[in-house]
Design a protein around this ligand. Structure first.
Ligand code: ATR
Length: 290
């Protein structure tokens, strides 16, 4: 029931037609009896500032932010949470004073997804594939959550080196070791947790992956692909072929939303509810695939 007391939340992005965020937030709100509604708002490119001002004028309580506005929105905010500031990208706005404060729940979302699968980066040897915005954020996640060592592998060495310099300065040790993807054989040991943070393998290029060699996958205990379309990427198939555990990015999508919901409503979403929402997301995902 929407009435005069219903709080409005939403998503700004372009495009937003295929978002699963309304399903997640509206299901949680319904189950917890919270009088709120969550709607997608398509925003024209270049209009992040107008969208933020307009949302505030309409007393919208909070927003998620997606492509292409995650960095563009920053100048229009009242302040930034530490993680968002370091990553340089915001995905959640929380009403504060006469505007909004920016947060990034994508990386905490990935960490919570890992924990729900029985993994994590704490005291672990990690490999990150890629050195774009997503990979850089994962590298910060490792630095902030006590990873033991992190190999950052990229096609372009310079980009991996830049991230390593920045994050090693942040954590005041040589945590991040930049390498070329083709140099993976130089990495000693096994039992790694790997995060696939490039766009390679994304639909429709479902047979692509940045490293094909089976020897690489023998080094992994678990592999996370940030992609969830296709459901099982080539990277994930290769991880599983060598008896590793493989996960896609759908749970990260769930938990970034759960954490945003918790920030907005100052509450804790019960794990059983998150799991129920995940099953609904999978159903929705499968019906879209069919
Ligand atoms: P995002 O913000 O999603 O991380 P991005 O910043 O454009 O996206 O980064 C894309 C990543 O995918 C980069 O690490 C890129 O490698 P380069 O730095 O060498 O460009 C990687 N990538 C994209 N296409 C690739 C390919 N065909 N082979 C290997 N890596 C690729």
């Amino acid at each position: 029931m929407i009435d005069g007391k219903t709080k409005v939340y939403g998503l700004i992005g372009n495009p937003v037609e295929h978002t699963m965020s309304p399903l997640i937030h509206n299901t949680i709100a319904e189950q917890l009896g919270e009088p709120m509604v969550y709607v997608p708002f398509p925003v024209e490119r270049g209009k992040a500032g107008e969208a933020v001002a307009g949302a505030k004028a309409l007393s919208i309580q909070g927003l998620n932010v997606t492509v292409p506005f995650k960095s563009e929105v920053i100048p229009y905010l009242n302040g930034l949470d530490g993680i968002a500031r370091r990553i340089g990208a915001v995905n959640t706005l929380v009403a504060e004073g006469d505007g909004y404060r920016g947060y990034n729940t994508d990386m905490p979302g990935l960490l919570r997804a890992m924990h729900s699968d029985g993994f994590g980066v704490e005291n672990r040897d990690v490999m990150i594939l890629g050195a774009g915005g997503a990979a850089r954020a994962v590298a910060y996640l490792c630095a902030e959550n006590g990873a033991k060592q992190v190999f950052l592998l990229n096609r372009t060495l310079g980009k991996a080196q830049e991230i390593a310099v920045e994050i090693n300065a942040f954590c005041e040790k040589e945590l991040i070791r930049p390498m070329l993807l083709s140099e993976w054989e130089k990495i000693p040991g096994d039992g790694f947790l790997a995060v696939q943070a490039t766009s390679v393998g994304l639909y429709p290029n479902v047979n692509d992956t940045v490293i094909e060699d089976r020897g690489f996958y023998k080094k992994l205990e678990a592999g996370y692909d940030l992609i969830y379309r296709p459901w099982k990427t080539k990277f994930m198939k290769l991880v599983e072929q060598e008896d590793g555990s493989a996960f896609n990015g759908l749970k990260m999508l769930l938990y970034q939303a759960v954490i945003a919901y918790e920030l907005w409503n100052r509450t804790q979403v019960p794990e059983s509810l998150s799991e129920a929402v995940y099953l609904r997301m999978r159903k929705e995902w499968e019906s879209n695939e069919a």
